[in-house]
Design a protein around this ligand. Structure first.
Ligand code: SF4
Length: 254
């Protein structure tokens, strides 16, 4: 967890769990997840990490610590002026997928929902990102059955990398209720994706290419297309980075 993260779209990060059961970015074919790479180096040897990346581990108490961080509402950010005035914006789960199957809903309720909704927690905006939106939607049903509404200040997000992974968006839209803010992190985008079906129902979109060893190309046209589509549907768009391999297609005049 860090109060002052370098991640451009938020002020801070917190991880109620560490480690993950994997995804298309961390599999037998590909090892490009940043959290997985850091765990390979520090897991089991450095305090605060899971023993191994695959061994998803609970870290109770971190959400309470984050809830106690100072209120940033109305404040200016020297390094990130686009966040000026907003409540402290906290990315939940950048080093893990806390919706991994081994994490019980009881833990997520006690650790995440409880601290997001305390008097201190309500001063902040919490952005919870998962590649398991189906499980996040099941968690919101679990809460509802227990008489708990999805917290207004807990935004629900999922990550998309390719056309095949866009089905996560339908599942994400089942999280919470009519007041829930749903966002996509399209990062890293590794191929052309058609978002037109979902954009009218989305509230925010983060976009970017891939960095690091073995990075796949990001076509600049994908950004300009998506900016145009987001404008059309009045969906706020945030370009995080183009990535380390950027391509530009020059179209011949018709
Ligand atoms: S779901 Fe997230 S944390 Fe887990 S392997 Fe994929 S990118 Fe990494």
């Amino acid at each position: 967890m860090t109060q002052n993260t370098k991640i451009q779209w938020c002020d801070s990060t917190v991880n109620p769990t560490m480690g993950c059961e994997g995804c298309e970015q961390w599999s037998s074919q590909r090892k490009s997840c940043y959290a997985g790479i850091l765990h390979t180096r520090f897991g089991g040897v450095t305090k605060g990490y899971a023993p191994t990346f695959e061994d998803v581990t609970q870290f109770p108490g971190r959400m309470a610590q984050a809830a106690a961080w100072t209120d940033l509402a109305g404040k200016q950010r020297k390094e990130k002026p686009w966040l000026d005035g907003m409540p402290r914006t906290i990315f939940v789960s950048d080093m893990s997928d806390s919706l991994s199957a081994v994490v019980p809903f009881e833990y997520l309720e006690a650790e995440v929902v409880t601290h997001v909704t305390t008097e201190k927690g309500q001063r902040h905006l919490w952005l919870w990102l998962t590649k398991r939106p189906d499980r996040m939607a099941q968690f919101s049903v679990y809460l509802k059955e227990r008489g708990t509404n999805w917290p207004k200040n807990l935004r629900a997000g999922t990550s998309i990398t390719s056309q095949a992974t866009t089905s996560r968006t339908d599942k994400l839209l089942n999280v919470g209720n009519d007041e829930t803010i749903h966002f996509l992190s399209v990062e890293p985008q590794v191929e052309r994706i058609d978002f037109s079906r979902w954009l009218p129902r989305l509230d925010w979109l983060i976009h970017g290419g891939e960095s690091g060893h073995g990075a796949r190309a990001f076509e600049v046209e994908w950004a300009s297309e998506l900016i145009g589509q987001c404008d059309e549907h009045v969906v706020p768009y945030f370009l995080m980075q183009l990535g380390s391999v950027v391509t530009v297609t020059v179209h011949a005049p018709a």
